[in-house]
Each structure stands twice: as C-alpha cells, then as structure tokens.
Design a protein around this ligand. Sequence first.
Ligand SMILES: *Cc1c(COP(=O)(O)O)cnc(C)c1O
Length: 395
Amino acid sequence: MTNSPAVVDFLDRLRLVTGSSTAGLHEPEFRGNESRYVTECIDSGYVSSVGEFVTRFEQSITQYVGSASTVAIVNGTAALHLALLAVGVRPGDEVLVPALSFVATANAVSHAGAIPHFVDVEEERWGIDASALREHIAAIGIVRDGNLYNRTTERPITAIIPMHTLGHPCAVADLTELADEFGLLMVEDAAESLGSTVGELYTGLFGRLGVFSFNGNKTITTGGGGAIVTKDEKLAGLVRHLSTTARISHPYEFDHDAVGYNYRMPNINAALGLAQMEQLPNLVDRQRKLFKRYNHVFSGGEFGEVHREPLGARSNYWLQALKLRSDRRANKSVLIESSVDAGIPVRPLWKPLNTLSPYISHPSSRTAVANDLYERVICLPSSASLTERDFPLEA
Ligand SMILES: *Cc1c(COP(=O)(O)O)cnc(C)c1O
C-alpha cells in the first residue's frame, strides 16, 4: 500500500526529529555512574532490601524536590497502593481518578479494596478538571456530617488522585481547594512528572503523599521502581514501616505490628537510581528541548498542535504529544500505523479507563474531553538522546 500525501508529509516531518529511528518511545540512557554504582552494590553483597544506596537514592530525591522525606518503593503502582493505605483509604471507599491515565492509577485503588470513580480531564492540561468535577459532585454527591458520599452507590468518596499527564502539571491548586472543601484525602500520581514544577513547588508535594515511577520508560529509571515523597515526616515513617513488612526494629527478633508489605526498593535498583538522579537536570533540559523541535516541525498547525506546558508551570516534557486538528481525528489510526510500519515508534494515548473491561461498570462522570483526547492525540518518540541529532531547522 502506498502512503497518501498527508501520511508522507507526516512521516517526513517526524523524521526531521527522529531520523529513521527504530528506538522505543522513551529509551533510558546510562551515561553516568550507573555501571560503577551497580558494580559497587554487587561487590558490597547488599543487593536486596535495605542498603546504603537506598538511603542515598532517597536522600537525592528529597534534596531535589525539597520533600521532608522520601521512601523508595519497588514500583510506581505499589507506591500508589501503599500511599492510599497510608493516608487512610479504606475498602469500599470511592476514590476520584482521572479517566485519562495509565491503568496503574485505577489499579492501585482497586488493590486497596476501594473503587475508582472516574472523572473527566480538562482540555488545556489533560489532568482532572476541577470545575467539571464540582458539577459532577453537585449532581451525584451528598455531604453528610462533613463527609462526601455518592448518592447512587451510597459509598463514601474519600480521596482524589490528581495525575500530571505526560509530565505537564495539572490544576493542582484548584484541586487542592476542592479536596479541602469536601474533606478528600489527596494522593498525587506524579509518576510521569519528576522534575516538573508549579510555581516554586515540585509536583509530588501538593498531596499528602506524592508518587513517582522509575519504570524503564520514565524520565529516570531504576529498572523497575517508584518512590513516595511527602512533607509529613510522620506519614513517611508509616509508609517506610508498612513497606518493610511492618517489622518492629530489633537486633534479631521477628515482630510485626500490622499486615505489612514487601514493597521497599532493592539496593541494586537504588544504585542505578542514584546514578540516574545525577543525570536528571540534564535529561529534563533535553526533554524540554525536544518539545521545541517537534513544535518547529509541526508549526503552522497543518496536523495539529504539539502539547505544551501550561502557564505558571514548568514541565519535564516526559512524553511529547501531537493533538490532531479536530477534523483530522479520522487519520489518527492510519498515521500511527504508518509511522510504526516506517520504524518510528509513535503511540496513541491510553484508552479512557472507564471504557476498559475491568472498569466499565464503575462510577464515572461524563468523559467527553478524555474521549476526545484519546481520538486525537498521538504520542511521539521522546528519548532525550534525540536532541543530539542534527536538526536542520534549528536557528
Ligand atoms: C508509570 C505510571 C505509574 C506507575 O507505573 P509502574 O510501572 O508501576 O512504576 C502510575 N501512574 C502513571 C500515570 C504512570 O504513567
């Protein structure tokens, strides 16, 4: 099959940034002390739970984002699960989550025995829409004794998980206000937004607990991994305790005061992570630079707009994305398919979570914006290393 002129044009533009790249959507990069620290870790014999690198990795995150404390966790999903338990989400509670997110956001709620309640996102930032949520709560909610309930299911709505889509900070200030008004616990899914800020504050520090992911496709990686950050030292202590089987510290006795989890990050992953943290500012700089290249390539708006950071915020630009013009939405599939066939790994956004089979009968607001974004957005190759290629259009 020969490509239509529009597809040829699209591929030509992409190749100005990617070349004939066959790399993944977001490739990790190991150019610093990664091998050195991992080897040191192996040589020390302490590759598993607890060890010097876990502490050093946690400290480097604490220092970077300015939290009071950081707890390194086996992965982002487990970190979200534990964060929900630690703030007090109980089985049978409903938790407000964006319909547009990676499935882990909803799964973590389910793992806690709670019920994800999906809400729509806003057009500008692609995170939870605070004013639409207010209307939704007015329509389905009822406040009794200061607690919010879902009138239809009769279950308490106790928490909210804002997520910073593709690294771009969502409307955290409005959502914090709403959470305070309705007594909702806020856990921030900052899995994609390590290094992004709103005003002076790093994402992850707006909720009672914030969660990062260090999966292989994120801005930095530990192989698999996650972290919980907080300004609340005491809550961090609870998280740390629950993540290490709730064992009471003792020279030799095995005594546990709760049903704990084996969720602490192994030392060998933290060794990789410490080296990656040293690269983080540079990685974010290059991810931001990559946006400029795509923005240049797609300037004129013939296909649509490259997604950009909101005013008042600085994004880590984890994943670059093109939002097709509304009248081009029918081209999404063929553009994705042709690019993948040509060896350029582009991807759609996640299907709205309220349309997935495990979640289809869960409570949900109307999700017109999430549906629209799913139909129109193409995620573009986003490895920081792409900025090291020659770019013919650069001034
Ligand atoms: C990556 C990611 C997570 C966590 O994923 P893990 O692979 O478990 O580390 C959670 N939420 C979002 C939005 C993510 O993108």
